[in-house]
Ligand binder design. Structure first.
Ligand code: PMP
Length: 312
């Protein structure tokens, strides 16, 4: 199943402490989070490896999940062990060898003032098979992207380092605008007009053999794949500038550009607004880091075993 295909109603979803059949994992139409976007979520991948199914950087995703709730006083009423057991349970019960895992916590049904008051925090974890987010071909050939006319919300307007459901209306606007115009994805500038990130991806630039990615104060999500790629690049001797401002014009003259994300993994970018980037194909640095990434997540190396939780 790709990101753009219909869900299959299959298996179980963990909801507030129980495994329920897929079609029964529902919520009331007057749920607070549905009206005001008051939820936080994660997107995690589990890979099919020689040592069984392995969840990638689960601890880091859990950290971000709990932290995302903080600005909203949204306290997730389950501990790490419970959420981990729930996830392993979902993968096992649904017999998933590889999967995209979606934990979500949101203000539930109680009252509908904007203040959540006594609304409960509902939590669910679902998992399903998801192939390459932007398509298999995208991983090899790269994608064409457009600079969105929509700006990213500034971190002075809303915490952009929290993975909040409501923030994704901006991602929808940017992504759909790009697709309406024949592009696969968007690049979103921040309020200052500098490069922030994709609708659901962080962005990297390669220039003169060095690697650049916008800093955390540029209104980006602190991506776990971003951190992974920075680590893998530094281990391979690259200089990584991970706290920079990248202007729009610098994109055109970059040697290589690529996106990172749990869903998008490492996806090369071959054109921005129809300007060819580098040779217009996956560049050598992108290819090296992409191979390193897949070698690690598919456990074809022993490196970074600390990033994996195995589902026996
Ligand atoms: N930015 C945004 C806005 C995202 O939604 C995501 C996906 N979670 C990312 C960046 C990449 O983050 P990660 O590598 O942790 O998936």
């Amino acid at each position: 199943m790709s990101a753009f295909e219909e869900m299959e109603e299959d298996g179980v979803i963990w909801q507030n402490g129980e495994f329920v059949d897929w079609e029964n994992a529902t919520t009331h139409v007057l749920t607070h989070g549905l009206h005001y976007g008051t939820g936080v979520f994660e997107g995690v991948r589990a890979y099919d490896t020689e040592r069984g199914t392995a969840i990638f950087r689960w601890d880091d995703h859990l950290d971000r999940f709990y932290q995302s709730g903080k600005p909203y006083d949204l306290e997730i009423p389950f501990d790490r062990e419970t959420l981990t057991d729930a996830t392993v349970g979902v993968l096992r019960r649904n017999e998933l060898e590889s999967a995209y895992i979606r934990p979500i916590a949101f203000y539930g049904y109680h009252q509908l003032g904007v203040s959540p008051g006594e609304c409960p925090v509902d939590v669910a974890i679902a998992a399903w098979p998801w192939g390459a987010y932007l398509g298999e071909e995208a991983l090899e050939e790269g994608i064409d992207v457009m600079i969105s006319s929509w700006r990213k919300h500034a971190s002075s307007q809303i915490p952009t380092n929290a993975k909040t459901t409501g923030l994704y209306v901006n991602s929808l606007l940017a992504g759909e605008e790009a697709r309406r115009n024949g592009y696969a994805e968007a690049i979103v500038l921040n309020k200052e007009g500098n490069v922030a990130e994709g609708p659901g991806e962080n962005l990297f630039m390669v220039r003169d053999g060095e690697i650049f990615t916008p800093g955390l104060s540029e209104s980006i999500l602190d991506g776990i794949t971003r951190d992974t790629v920075i680590t893998l690049a530094e281990e391979r001797g690259y200089t990584v500038h991970d706290n920079v401002t990248i202007s729009r014009g610098e994109l055109n003259t970059a040697d290589e550009l690529f996106f990172t994300g749990s869903a998008a993994e490492v996806t090369p970018i071959r054109k921005v607004d129809n300007v060819v980037i580098g040779e217009g194909t996956r560049g050598p640095v992108t290819e090296e880091l992409q191979s390193a990434f897949f070698e690690v997540v598919e456990r074809r190396t022993d490196d970074h075993d600390e990033w994996f939780d195995y589902v026996a």
